[in-house]
Design a binder for this molecule. Structure first.
Ligand code: PMP
Ligand code: GLN
Length: 382
């Protein structure tokens, strides 16, 4: 986790946001929205602070939020989670992932992820002493090959980490892929850890939590976050739902990572989780428009793009523009077009980076006028 010179290596997102700040370029690198979320949610946090919700909440999270998470799982997916024993509030999805991986992994256990993978997975598997195996997702649709998936999961596999909708590719896995993952987890007695932070951000396809599949519920840790659904990435309120024994094991680790987190933000996220269906369909429709604006802009600029079915992100191939090295391209892009993007190689293990070398990720969770300006600037690349 250290850079070659012994200093802490900045994550790709921190590095690219710093590059944007330094150059004044439009930041389509790090995935965070540039507008506030629902006013009710913001007001509820202010109110909670005024009401004195400012001390340590319970380790599992405030009951008001755990109840709201359980209601949300039932309302959208028909899932029953006992808020007393099967729900855990965490410092963002990141802590849910960290506590889960550190709790469930023994050194030497194998963990399967889908590559390109969200950068935290690789780092956390390393922290847990695990052996990281990946199943490759390839352009243009970034769906896994079933045979590669079958070959990756063995009796040595302890965890299968699914990320659906997928960062960085925007892929949404179809039901048969999810069913195969469950079948393999059952056959090899693995736990499924599913990162569904973009659960409400799909375009024209329904989100299916893997925990809803037959056989999955008893062996699945489902992770989400308020950040993506309520534009509150800086609040770091996430959660997981899982069978009670898994939650107990994960809580044992969580209590020594952060102990508890974000008391006044918890009732506010609870307000968000109870918002009507129209809020949820509205954010997906809104983001779809933004995706379309950026997709058009990138295509017009000469990139080959893969249309995402969900998430904040779109993958573009810079090779047709004469840039075979996406990392080099991203470093030059602020100067070339006043835009920041992230190389897909940052989401890959070193040995697989060459396969993804010319691909870059742009975030479209930004105002339409910002995306239009970025598109105009990128048009100057050719
Ligand atoms: N998982 C994925 C796939 C993400 O894209 C992100 C980043 N936003 C996270 C986890 C981390 O979420 P949080 O900010 O809630 O920790
Ligand atoms: N998840 C966001 C992204 O992929 C950023 C999170 C972070 O900065 N760690 O861009």
């Amino acid at each position: 986790l250290l850079a070659a010179d012994g200093t802490v290596a900045a994550s790709i997102f921190a590095e690219m946001s710093a590059l944007a700040a330094r150059t004044g370029a439009i930041n389509l690198g790090q995935g965070f929205p540039d507008e506030d979320g629902p006013p009710e949610v913001l007001e509820a946090a202010r109110q909670a602070i005024s009401d004195g919700v400012n001390q340590y909440p319970p380790g599992r999270g405030l009951p008001v939020l755990r109840d709201a998470i359980a209601r949300h799982q039932h309302r959208f997916y028909g899932l029953a989670a006992n808020p007393e024993t099967e729900v855990l509030v965490t410092a963002g999805a990141t802590e849910a992932l960290a506590a889960t991986i550190l709790a469930l992994l023994e050194p030497g256990d194998e963990v399967v992820t889908f590559e390109p993978f969200y950068d935290a997975y690789g780092a956390l598997i390393a922290l847990g002493g695990g052996v990281h195996r990946t199943v490759r997702l390839r352009a243009p649709d970034f769906q896994p090959d079933p045979d590669e998936l079958r070959a990756a999961v063995t009796d040595r596999t302890r965890l299968i980490i699914v990320n659906n909708p997928h960062n960085p590719t925007g892929a949404v896995f179809p039901a048969d892929t999810l069913a195969l993952i469950v079948e393999l987890a059952e056959r090899h007695d693995a736990v499924i850890v599913t990162d569904e932070v973009y659960e409400h951000l799909t375009f024209g396809v329904a989100h299916t939590p893997i925990a809803t599949l037959p056989g999955a519920g008893g062996r699945t840790v489902t992770i989400s976050s308020g950040g993506k659904t309520f534009n509150t990435t800086g609040w770091k309120i996430g959660w997981l739902t899982a069978p009670a024994p898994l939650v107990t094991a994960i809580l044992a680790v969580k209590q020594f990572l952060t102990y508890v987190n974000g008391a006044p933000f918890q009732p506010a996220i609870a307000v968000g989780l109870d918002l009507p269906e129209s809020y949820y369909s509205g954010i997906a429709a809104d983001l779809r428009v933004k995706r379309d604006v950026l997709e058009r802009g990138l295509t017009a600029a000469g990139f080959t793009v893969s249309r995402p079915q969900g998430s904040y992100f779109i993958v573009a191939d810079a090779a047709p523009l004469g840039y075979p090295d996406g990392a080099e391209f991203c470093r030059a892009l602020p100067g070339l077009a006043g835009v920041v993007a992230v190389p897909i190689a940052a989401f890959c293990s070193p040995e697989h980076r060459p396969e993804y070398a010319s691909l870059v990720r742009f975030a479209y969770c930004k105002r339409v006028d910002v995306l239009e300006r970025a598109s105009e600037q990128l048009a100057g690349l050719t």
